[in-house]
Design a protein around this ligand. Structure first.
Ligand code: APR
Length: 257
């Protein structure tokens, strides 16, 4: 979206950000879209596009066919590793430096926020590269090979745990699994004391993450940055129909003026 096409921020957002000391920012897959990472519900042509992600992203799917599910995740790990954070990620990191009380909670399993300088990011759906044993649950790092994305295979046996021999699994929260308790507790705690809620790039369909904006006090202003309507739009005080990579840098630029 060229600058010229960027609509002005919704009324009140800049003022709210100027006075906010404890903003809560919730991001979703739309935050990674301009880094070339397909959103979940936006669809992308890939080896696995005939599969429904909700059918692959489960413990049952992994146990039933570890090679299919592991091949999908290692493809995603390699694609994420080869992607770069965009200006929106950098803008959020800059915003956190301007507002040290800012808390960033993300549904994304990539490390793009961190690679742009984000600190203390709360990963509500885990981190894909935080691999661990499916059997004994011991964390075990792996070397990510770019070939997994350059020459993807539909099936690949997961590495074996060095301790118990069980299959390694990605560090994501699968459908049916609970989000990391510490991250979720911290995110809810931040929402309860937030003085601004900014929702960026999420369809707002998956709980408990989608419930965070509602956990803030009713009087707290809520804004959404998303080119499309989401399930959270109706609860927002303002909507910025724009892409994260363009709107967030503009917001930080205006804040500095
Ligand atoms: N900037 C901002 N928002 C964008 C952009 C962009 N450049 N591109 C797309 N979006 C928006 C879409 O309009 C959509 O509302 O990002 C949202 C992406 O929605 P989903 O694909 O549903 O992703 P998300 O909301 O993060 O999904 C939540 O569901 O599949 C599970 O665990 C998975 O964490 C994921 C969760």
């Amino acid at each position: 979206m060229p600058e010229a096409a960027l609509p002005a921020p919704p009324l009140g957002l800049l003022e709210a950000l100027r006075s906010a000391r404890r903003p809560l920012v919730l991001t979703g897959a739309g935050m990674s879209a301009e880094s070339g990472i397909a959103t979940f519900r936006g669809g992308e042509d890939s080896l696995w596009s005939r599969f429904d992600p909700t059918q692959l992203a489960t413990a049952d799917a992994f146990d039933a066919d570890p090679a299919l599910v592991w091949a999908w995740y290692r493809w995603r790990m390699a694609k994420l590793r080869m992607s770069q954070p965009h200006a929106g990620h950098a803008a959020l990191a800059a915003l956190a430096r301007l507002r040290p009380g800012l808390v960033l909670a993300t549904q994304n399993v990539d490390d793009l926020h961190e690679r742009a300088g984000g600190r203390g990011v709360l990963h509500l759906h885990g981190e894909i590269a935080a691999t661990r044993c499916r059997r004994c649950d011991r964390p075990q790092a792996i070397e990510i090979d770019p070939a997994w994305a350059e020459r993807p295979q539909l099936r690949a046996a997961p590495p074996a745990c060095a301790v118990c021999g069980g299959p390694l699994r990605p560090g994501v929260v699968w459908f049916g699994e609970s989000p990391p308790a510490r991250a979720l507790r911290a995110a809810i705690g931040a929402a309860q004391v937030a003085d601004l809620v900014l929702v960026v790039g999420t369809s707002g369909l998956v709980y408990p993450a989608a419930g965070l904006p509602a956990a803030a006090p009713a009087s707290v202003p809520r804004y959404e940055i998303n080119p499309e309507p989401s399930a959270l739009s109706a609860a927002m005080d303002g909507l910025w129909r724009a892409q994260a990579g363009v709107a967030l840098p503009r917001l930080v630029e205006l804040l500095a003026q």
